[in-house]
Design a protein around this ligand. Structure first.
Ligand code: CAA
Length: 258
């Protein structure tokens, strides 16, 4: 039987997806993307899971689109491949937070997959880059749009136009990476943070994620309007009453919705 392209396991309300094409440095084949999206959708529906962590291995989180699979595509063939579009749309449709736990190479579509995550934690040897220019192409899974927001326009242009990589420390300084850990600590610490997030009220987490992600799509006025609608909506939740009561009664909260 063929090896699965991803592996999944669960640890105390956290779903962990490990990309599993080590011989191709976890390159994004059509099959891998399909399995990744299926796993994300299952976890999104699973009430026992609050947060999802996506990771790779020590050498590579993901080295981008599968160059061997794409080698012979012409314009029509490339235009009609669905999986990169499915990846962008599919990840955007997930309500639960997605954490990228990145060691090694996150290049091309791998860097773009990291950019699609809600939080990125990285090992100190992680490398981020958009080397497509060296292949005679440009980023095709959101890199030209999301990298500007993650590292600023000048650094994004530098990476995309020169094909040079940046380190985990540079990515953290720019705000793309939230925290840098020792390599072997990256996944356990990402799971710890995921468990912390998953211990809060599930609908409140989903509303916070929606409000923050909307900032990238809406102007400030519309974004602030949506934020206040979601903020007031939390006042309708039993978890809101419980959180306030627990604080005032100096005890830990017991959430209804987890
Ligand atoms: N697709 C398919 N196979 C890949 C791959 C990719 N993106 N990246 C690496 N591999 C394969 C290699 O072909 C090699 O396979 P073989 O053993 O069969 O030869 C194996 O993985 C190991 O790779 P290397 O021998 O090259 O390993 P290395 O340690 O010498 O170099 C690396 C590591 C610097 C990451 C190098 O593999 C590399 O530059 N990879 C390509 C990165 C890249 O250009 N990514 C962008 C892809 S295009 C894209 O992603 C478009 C988009 O926006 C969606």
């Amino acid at each position: 039987m063929a090896e699965p392209n991803i592996l999944t396991r669960e640890e105390d309300r956290v779903g962990i997806i490990t990309l599993n094409r080590p011989k191709a440095l976890n390159a994004l084949s059509g099959a891998l993307v399909e399995e990744l999206l299926n796993a994300l959708r299952c976890y999104d529906k699973d009430p026992t899971i609050g947060v999802v962590v996506i990771t790779g291995n020590i050498k590579a989180f993901c080295a981008g689109a599968d160059i061997k699979e794409q080698r012979d595509l012409d314009f029509v063939g490339a235009y009609s491949i669905e999986y990169l579009k499915n990846l962008k749309d599919g990840i955007e449709s997930i309500h639960k937070p997605i954490i990228g736990a990145i060691n090694g190479y996150a290049l091309g579509g791998g860097c773009e997959l990291a950019l699609m995550c809600d939080i990125v934690y990285a090992g100190k040897d992680a490398i981020f880059g958009q080397p497509e220019i060296k292949l005679g192409t440009i980023p095709g899974a959101g890199g030209t749009q999301r990298l500007i927001r993650a590292v600023g326009k000048s650094m994004a242009m530098h990476m995309i136009l020169t094909g040079e990589n940046i380190t985990a420390q540079e990515a953290a300084a720019a705000g793309f990476v939230a925290k840098v850990f020792d390599v072997e600590e990256t996944v356990p610490r990402a799971i710890e943070y995921a468990q912390k997030i998953a211990s809060f009220s599930a609908p409140v987490i989903a509303m916070a994620k929606e409000a923050v992600n909307t900032a990238e799509d809406l102007g400030l006025k519309a974004g602030l309007h949506l934020e206040s609608r979601l903020y007031y909506a939390t006042f309708g939740l039993a978890d809101h009453r419980e959180g306030f009561d627990a604080f005032l009664q100096k005890r830990g909260p017991k959430w209804t919705h987890k």
